[in-house]
Design a protein around this ligand. Structure first.
Ligand SMILES: *Cc1c(COP(=O)(O)O)cnc(C)c1O
Length: 413
């Protein structure tokens, strides 16, 4: 396996450290093959909002497995899941179930192009939408032009059809709309960015994007693969009261198994095959095990007070870390929405990718290493988020704050 891993970030390239090999997980804890226990703040990069191996999820998957693991045919469990997602998201009238977030964003782009009969996609620097060709594009020099592939193997002719602008910069988007008037099929973004560390939208940003999309009949795509069911049941759209035309979901809706969804306005979703001309398919889509895990996970999330509890746990951790840093005058900025947060070693506000790049990466690397040595498992990159689950106890949070105090002291030395 290249780098010894099956997804690049697992190789710990940014932090000069060998990754633990995981044996098992339960609740808020991970256990590695050397017998170490960790309090886990990665949560499989987002899905494990209930904690690991939640008894109700495991039971649902077991029961589904006994009835057969895949049929490639419609099931009632898929309908139940679709109804729950439609209930949670005001903007979703219809949806298709898929297998990964990559597939959701890739399909959203094709659907927006097929529906609008336009080709240009606008995305934001630092937002991640999986690894499909049209979305592995970075900003080139100059505003709203000269986009270039961020991966080898993506043809230039395709890169030219994606325009990349800074996140949280409404003027850059206005400029792009002026320049590409009438050619824009879609604007795609993470409504709360969480793949350059966590960066919430600035006041009014999402509404301005909504208005611009309306002005040129461009499809507004929210990639809520991380934020959906994470920062609220109805994702960022519920929190900020903005309706997207298309919404990408993944991570949490698989409950730790591979599942994703693309949902949105009925007239757009109906353009997908078999009702429409935009092709998309999947042998394992709506897989019975993934669907069972998804139904069990969302059932629990729908119960009262869970999001309030996540907010409270996040708040306690944030305040504890800020206080610990402040006591020894270590510059620290924390961006947090509910159970999704990032620590940046800087005294400045962090509003876009450039701001993240200007934080102290050496401090982050030390912080990461010192925390891991004390049994706190964080994402091995400044550009990833911390995920808190419903399984994180008060003791877990206190232990994490104590470990951070030690780590901050090491950094100061
Ligand atoms: C993880 C992620 C994806 C890709 O999902 P995969 O299931 O890894 O393909 C897409 N968009 C966002 C916002 C993500 O965080």
């Amino acid at each position: 396996m290249p780098g010894g891993v099956n997804s690049p970030v697992r190789a710990y390239s940014d932090v000069d450290f060998d990754p633990p090999f995981i044996e098992s997980a339960s609740g808020s804890k991970l256990y590695d093959i050397d017998g170490n226990e960790y309090i886990d703040y990665v949560g499989s990069w987002g899905p494990m909002i209930l904690g690991h191996a939640h008894p109700k999820v495991i039971k649902a998957v077991n029961e589904a497995a006994k009835k057969g693991t895949s049929f490639g045919a419609p099931t009632l469990a898929e309908n139940e899941l679709a109804e729950k997602i439609i209930f949670a998201f005001d903007s979703i009238d219809k949806l298709r179930l898929l297998n990964s977030g990559t597939e959701a964003a890739m399909t959203a782009v094709r659907l927006a192009r097929g529906y609008t009969k336009k080709n240009l996609i606008i995305k934001m620097t630092g937002c991640y939408h999986g690894h499909s060709d049209s979305l592995l594009i970075a900003a080139g020099s100059g505003l709203a032009e000269n986009a270039a592939a961020s991966s080898a193997g993506v043809p230039d002719c395709l890169a030219k059809l994606t325009c990349v602008i800074p996140y949280n910069d409404i003027n850059a988007l206005k400029e792009a709309f002026r320049k590409h008037n009438g050619k824009i099929a879609a604007v795609l973004l993470e409504p709360v960015a969480a793949n350059m560390g966590v960066i919430p939208p600035v006041e009014g940003y999402l509404q301005e994007i909504r208005n611009l999309c309306n002005s040129q009949n461009a499809v507004l795509i929210f990639d809520e693969v991380i934020t959906g069911f994470r920062i609220a049941l109805g994702g960022a759209q519920q929190l900020y009261n903005i309706k997207a035309d298309l919404t990408c979901l993944g991570k949490i809706i698989g409950g730790g198994l591979p599942a994703a969804a693309l949902g949105g306005r009925a007239d757009i979703i109906n353009a997908l095959a078999p009702t429409g001309p935009v092709y998309q398919a999947g042998t394992l889509s709506g897989n019975p095990l993934a669907t069972a895990a998804a139904n069990a996970t969302i059932d629990i999330l729908m119960q009262k007070d869970n999001y309030r509890k996540l907010e409270k746990t996040g708040e306690t951790l944030q305040q504890g870390l800020l206080k610990a840093a402040d006591q020894i005058r270590l510059p620290l900025t924390i961006n947090r929405i509910g159970s999704l947060m990032s620590c940046f070693f800087t005294d400045k506000t962090v509003k876009n990718l450039n701001d993240v790049k200007n934080t102290n990466k050496e401090h982050f690397k030390m912080f990461f290493q010192e925390m891991l040595k004390q049994g706190i498992y964080l994402a091995p990159s400044q550009f990833e988020a911390m995920f808190i689950s419903l399984a994180h106890s008060k003791q877990d949070i206190q232990k994490t704050i104590e470990a951070a105090k030690n780590s901050f002291k090491k950094i100061k030395e």
